[in-house]
Write a protein that binds this ligand. Structure first.
Ligand SMILES: [Zn+2]
Length: 406
């Protein structure tokens, strides 16, 4: 099983893929990349097309400059976490009507807090607003708040008896950690919508205290593909059911690629790779048809002095430590060589984490660290901080940060 749809299910939609191919052929920067390929009439022919990488899509968009058939054309940040924003396009509505046909996490009785940040060309706040509009619920468009503002807003949300909240998992972690620290409960909260990062299992611990009735409802997507699939509380957090207008393919190398079968799609998404590895599988929730299991980004292995450091494995180990709410790996380089590896910890209020013991354990248990720093182990450090290093431009907090020594 390497496609999310059968030949028959995809047949009509492949007309959109053929149209996208025609558009990509007109992009001068691609040269003869698409010159010799056949217009895809079958899934096998589609799989034979060259995949698109993030930069390719931006190159194509700079040439195509698509616009919506009706209403406004919105520009959003797309790809790249450094430098100037790269741009993706979407029409008003953000393709959520097709999502709503298959997934209705909210209903008219819900009071939904939209906690995805608004502004800065971020897309998630607006697509969640689009979904809420279709669901007909009550909406509190909160966006992002500063550290000092959490207790006051949490009290307001408790007072309003909110039933649903949505955000990126790292922002949701902040909301529930602050609620727990302040002793604020949200007993009416039943739904936690999320998109933008992998689910963080540590959220369950805070939810169990703050909002024990809350269950997760996830979306998977990117600003290039928009929402590809979703899940419900009965699905594993890393498994999503792709929508019929989104064709998911798993390559021989285990990388996922996405092809839009939606004629209204403005971004030329044809075998587009987000960098995520994954597989198509059956979901234990019992829904039939292939579900997409996302196995994480291949680029979460970072080179440290010539050895691969598995950042996710390291963070998973650190975040199992009692009292640690979130961690981040910061690599300081000089002239391309890793000078120091620091593990930053955000800890729960009042927690007393033994960073020295944790550091000793990480050094002995992580082959890359013990080998790469065998002569200077003092350059592997573990320390607690007030806040992790975020990317002000994208609003995301990455699992690892590489920075140049000052
Ligand atoms: Zn499922």
């Amino acid at each position: 099983m390497s496609f999310s749809l059968t030949e028959a299910q995809a047949a009509d939609g492949l007309a959109v893929a053929r149209h996208t191919l025609e558009l990509l052929r007109t992009v001068p920067e691609f040269g003869d990349r698409y010159a010799d390929v056949a217009a895809p009439g079958t899934l096998a022919e589609l799989a034979a097309l060259p995949p698109l990488a993030k930069d390719d899509l931006n190159t194509a968009l700079a040439h195509l400059e698509p616009s919506a058939a009706q209403g406004a054309t919105w520009l959003f940040q797309s790809g790249g976490s450094t430098g100037a924003p790269k741009v993706g396009y979407a029409p008003t509505g953000f393709y959520m009507a097709k999502v709503f046909e298959h997934w209705q996490p909210l209903d008219r009785d819900d009071v939904f807090v939209n906690a995805w940040g608004a502004g800065r060309m971020w897309g998630a706040h607006f697509l969640a607003a689009g979904l809420a509009d279709l669901c007909g619920c009550r909406v509190i468009a909160l966006g992002s708040v500063t550290r000092e503002e959490y207790p006051e807003w949490l009290a307001f949300l408790a007072d309003r008896k909110v039933t649903a909240i949505g955000g990126t998992p790292s922002v949701l972690r902040l909301w529930f950690a602050h609620a727990r620290a302040a002793g604020i409960e949200l007993p009416s909260l039943r739904k936690v919508l999320w998109l933008g990062e992998a689910w963080q299992p540590q959220l369950e611990e805070d939810l169990a205290v703050v909002a024990p009735k809350a269950r997760r409802h996830g979306m998977f997507g990117s600003t290039e593909t928009w929402v590809v699939g979703s899940n419900t509380p009965g699905c594993p957090a890393d498994t999503f059911h792709p929508f019929p207008h989104q064709l998911v393919h798993v390559g021989d190398d285990g990388l996922l690629d996405f092809t839009s079968l939606d004629p209204a799609m403005l971004n030329p998404v044809l075998r587009y790779r987000t960098g995520d590895a994954g597989e198509l599988t059956s979901c234990p929730c019992g829904r039939t048809g292939p579900a997409m299991r996302v196995l994480g980004r291949r680029d979460n292995v970072v080179q440290v002095r010539g050895l691969g450091l598995h950042v996710d494995e390291l963070l998973a180990r650190v975040e199992r430590e009692p009292g640690v709410t979130r961690a981040q790996v910061v690599i300081t380089e000089q002239g391309g060589r890793a000078q120091e590896v620091e593990v930053l910890l955000v800890t729960a209020a009042g927690a007393d984490v033994d960073t020295a013991a944790l550091r000793r354990e990480l050094l002995s248990a992580t082959f890359t660290l013990s080998t790469a720093f065998v002569h200077d182990p003092e350059h592997v450090r573990v320390r607690t901080v007030d806040a992790l290093i975020g990317n002000d431009r994208t609003g995301k907090t990455a699992g690892f940060v590489v920075r140049e020594a000052s």
